[in-house]
Design a protein around this ligand. Structure first.
Ligand SMILES: [Fe+2]
Ligand SMILES: [Fe+2]
Length: 466
């Protein structure tokens, strides 16, 4: 067993005093190496999109992106214009691969097929700078198979790589709305019109695709439901989701996953867990009323009532330290499956736009209601693996606090909010249902990633023994 344990844990079969400090350090290093290997493999999956993602990073690093792309500037930056055009084409090709070549809803007005929407960003750039338009068509043809021969025609792989790329582009733009205590220059382009256009273009198609992924009839039921029906459905949702039977993914985590898998779980979860509730902080501004105060009360608890030692992210960090993992916020970004990044990006979108306020709070209601049942499985896994209390403390805290948060979100937020907006009440329910769907999809993907990491570790171990 590679990880330390605590004698204070009655479920713990291992006494940490048995393992001398150097052995513990070696075991931690082994876990860290395995996680890093997993990250490399995950990144490799998106290999066809590594180059366009690097283009985005290069553009983000410019001191003033929009000025560099401005044709009226005294010295337009030809290199930046070329990078922006290539990135836009890769995004458009990825959207076709991930979401299918659907026609744009606004086609009637614009006559532009949606798969061309991003090209308008790129082509406008080219036109403004008198670049031969045929160069754009050529590049598009090349970009339409961005993974090239590397994927060998594997459609599922290609689609997954496209989803990964698109979600990473969204994340890289969305993350600019959080403060990371890093170089101030890294926020120079947070209000760039080019980045906004890119994000909006992806979101428009992605969101339509997401709605189509929901179980049959859910979106229509939410759209048609009256207030009474919505409130009844939310109450039934609470009864169903507060302690449901565990899914196959969660059952695997609870009963089978080993210590390495546990560390992998912590690593993937860290991209969210180390900045926990940050997005919720974006919906607390505005008119004061009892709903706003209930939302803030939940946020305040997530933030430890303003005490760093009690902040939930601090507990998450402690848990990672105990497992010998890197506690920097985005250290394991490359490990995160696109399905889990989609949850984060969906959250960014819903908290960014006041228009989606009802949907967001419906989503948060599900998240708080359902959380404890998930955390109970994680806690059981940690204890079964013989981990210390510190390595599982975050889950224990959440089981207690989220049981309260779930009830509070239903009674003090979701139900009264629906009543306040009877004509839009269905949006609260849509947010709730969609969060349930996205959470289950992400959970299954994370479990797959854990299984793959454990299998890789086993293969590495048996290869070493030969
Ligand atoms: Fe929390
Ligand atoms: Fe909570």
């Amino acid at each position: 067993m590679w990880i330390m344990s605590s004698t204070s844990n009655p479920f713990n079969p291992v006494d940490e005093t048995v393992l001398p400090a150097p052995a513990l350090a070696a075991l931690r290093a082994e876990a860290t190496a395995e996680i890093a290997r997993g990250a490399a493999e995950r990144f490799e999956e998106g290999r066809g999109y590594k180059e366009p993602e690097a283009l985005l990073c290069a553009l983000l690093a410019l001191p003033d992106l929009d000025a560099a792309l401005d044709p009226a500037a005294p010295a337009p930056d030809a290199d930046a214009i070329d990078k922006a055009a290539r990135l836009s084409r890769a995004v458009a090709a990825a959207m076709d691969a991930a979401y299918g070549p659907e026609p744009i809803a606004a086609a009637a007005a614009t006559g532009i097929p949606e798969s061309d929407a991003t090209f308008t960003v790129a082509d406008e750039l080219l036109a403004k700078h008198d670049v031969d338009a045929s160069a754009g068509a050529e590049a598009r043809a090349a970009a339409s198979s961005p993974a090239g021969g590397a994927v060998g025609g594997d459609r599922a792989f290609e689609t997954a790589a496209a989803h990964t790329f698109l979600q990473r582009v969204l994340y890289r733009i969305n993350r600019l709305s959080h403060f990371w205590y890093d170089d101030l220059e890294s926020y120079s382009n947070e209000r760039s019109l080019f980045l906004q256009a890119l994000r909006n273009t992806i979101e428009r198609r992605w969101q339509r695709w997401e709605t189509a992924q929901l179980p049959a009839g859910v979106a229509a039921r939410c759209a048609e439901a009256g207030l009474d029906e919505v409130q009844q459905a939310l109450k039934e949702g609470y009864a169903r989701d507060v302690d449901p039977p565990h899914s196959p993914a969660l059952t695997f985590i609870r009963d089978e996953m080993g210590p390495l898998g546990y560390a992998h779980l912590l690593a993937i979860g860290s991209v969210d867990g180390l900045v926990e509730a940050s997005r919720q902080s974006r919906v607390c501004a505005g008119t004061a009323n009892s709903i706003q105060c209930a939302v803030f009360r939940v946020l305040s608890e997530e933030y430890g009532g303003g005490r760093y030692a009690r902040k939930h992210s601090t507990f998450y960090s402690a848990m990672m330290q105990e497992a010998g993992l890197d506690t920097r916020e985005e250290a394991y970004l490359d490990l995160v499956p696109w399905q889990a990044l989609a949850n984060a990006n969906s959250n960014f979108l819903l908290t960014e736009r006041r228009r989606h306020y009802l949907r967001y709070l419906g989503a948060l209601t599900f998240f708080e209601i359902n959380g404890p049942s998930v955390y109970k499985a994680y806690l059981s896994a940690g204890r079964r693996c013989g981990l210390s209390e510190r390595a599982c403390g975050y889950w224990e805290l959440h089981i207690k606090e989220d049981e309260r948060h779930g009830r509070q979100m239903l009674d003090e937020v979701a139900l009264p909010l629906a009543a306040m907006y009877p004509d839009n009440a269905g949006e609260v329910l849509l947010g709730y249902e969609q969060e349930a769907f996205l959470g289950a999809r992400a959970g299954a993907a994370v479990t797959e990633a854990i299984r793959a990491a454990e299998a890789a570790a086993e293969r590495a171990a048996s290869a070493g023994q030969v």
